[in-house]
Design a binder for this molecule. Structure first.
Ligand SMILES: *Cc1c(COP(=O)(O)O)cnc(C)c1O
Length: 393
């Protein structure tokens, strides 16, 4: 692991040493069930309560409004299905966007099969939704607006506060999938008028398989997992205590010196963007230049097939992605890149490099050099490219 260059931090991150240290006692020493009466269990309960408070403090919300889940996907499923069931009497219309994560998109499709109507908002060439289109899409039977805080492929940050205000003024529940944003940018749930928000620990140097759903106290939400009375009777099942403790520690760590870390990562990101655009002909940056996550870069490289590029980078010990880890098993072009208006053949040749504050300038230089070599080799083998260049001459 030591000599790989890891630039896929949007897919997952490593557990930070202090997070692991915080978790360890809860595996075999303080292993009690947090819901039992005896003092051994009480210790686990105290740890879970502390983690809930740590997370609530980062969002400016009450600890009772944080519900632990088994990850971002569960939180997204619960938010949509739980609101749809609870508010079916009021209406059956949902508004989301075309560039959501599949945990949102496929859940919305499922709701469509169950008699709900879904409006999928388009986005501009940088991936930002249009607030006027949102307002025009609202109907008397709209019960939920779900728009991701920051996109997992192109890093674009939505005008969440404005969307929240539009929803709040009309009495519509507003959910945001903040899995990419939480722990990476400051979020004030009250200032953004959030009713619900999904997050996942493994995107901020916490363990995999634990997430939370923030649910504002006034929101009605049906339980999604039925069973015991855990999580205020709304999410049954014995909590994953070590993971929850790790999530709390990861949240505190992420929001400590956030601005300094982000300033550093943003500078490195901008250097990477500059180098790629200078060194690789026919490459473009996808996503908004300014309103993007500090660590995100996403490029389209013409006449290149993304998967081949990833394999060549992998052979040089570089971990990158062609978009999202969830779609890399399929060869379909990214729905996000198609939604920002890229043609199929260009959407196929995309490369996502996502950084954190631990990446270095030397790593960026190594990656850009490797990328340049790989692109040259692939293009030399591409009849399409050779043809296009011949026509240019
Ligand atoms: C990673 C991710 C998810 C899924 O979270 P898991 O904890 O892996 O289930 C959902 N939404 C976005 C935007 C993500 O980046």
């Amino acid at each position: 692991m030591s000599d790989i260059i890891y630039m896929d931090n949007a897919a997952t991150t490593k557990v930070a040493p202090e997070v692991l240290t915080a978790m360890l006692p809860y595996f075999s020493e303080d292993f009690g069930n947090p819901n039992s009466i005896y003092s051994h269990g009480a210790k686990a309960l105290r740890a879970v309560t502390a983690a809930r408070k740590q997370i609530a403090a980062t969002l400016n919300v009450a600890a009772e409004e944080i519900y632990f889940t088994a990850g971002g996907t569960e939180s997204d499923n619960w938010a949509i299905k739980g609101v749809c069931e609870a508010y079916a009497g009021k209406g059956r219309h949902i508004i989301t966007s075309k560039i959501e994560h599949h945990a949102i998109l496929y859940t919305c499709e499922y709701m469509e099969q169950n008699g709900y109507d879904v409006t999928y908002l388009g986005v501009d060439e940088n991936g930002i939704i249009c607030l006027d289109e949102l307002k025009r899409s609202i109907r008397p039977d709209t019960i939920l607006i779900s728009i991701g805080f920051a996109n997992n492929e192109i890093g674009t940050i939505q005008p969440i506060g404005e969307i929240g205000l539009i929803a709040r003024e009309r009495g519509i529940i507003f959910h945001t999938d903040a899995v990419q944003a939480y722990g990476h940018i400051a979020i004030d749930a009250k200032a953004c008028h959030l009713d619900m928000m999904s997050a996942s620990a493994h995107k901020l140097n916490g363990p995999k398989g634990v997430g939370f759903l923030y649910v504002r106290s006034s929101v009605k939400l049906r339980p999604f997992i039925h069973g015991g009375a855990q999580e205020r009777g709304r999410r049954a099942g014995t909590g994953n205590v070590p993971a929850i403790v790790g999530f709390g520690a990861a949240a505190v760590r992420a929001y400590t010196d956030l601005e300094e870390k982000n300033a550093k990562t943003t500078k490195l990101r901008d250097y990477l963007i500059e180098q790629v655009l200078r060194e690789i002909p026919d490459a473009r940056l996808n996503g908004d230049r300014e309103r993007r996550l500090p660590g995100n870069t996403n490029f389209s490289i013409e006449y290149i097939e993304g998967e081949s590029l990833l394999i060549m980078l992998d052979m040089k010990g570089i971990a990158a992605s062609s978009g999202s880890a969830c779609t890399s098993a399929s060869l379909d072009p990214s729905h996000v890149l198609l939604a920002i208006g890229l043609p199929h053949e260009i959407a196929h040749g995309s490369l996502r490099l996502t950084l954190n504050e631990e990446n270095t300038y030397a790593e960026v230089d190594t990656v850009v050099l490797a990328l340049k070599e790989a692109v040259t080799r692939l293009r030399d083998m591409s009849p399409l490219y050779l043809d296009a260049k011949k026509r240019e001459r």
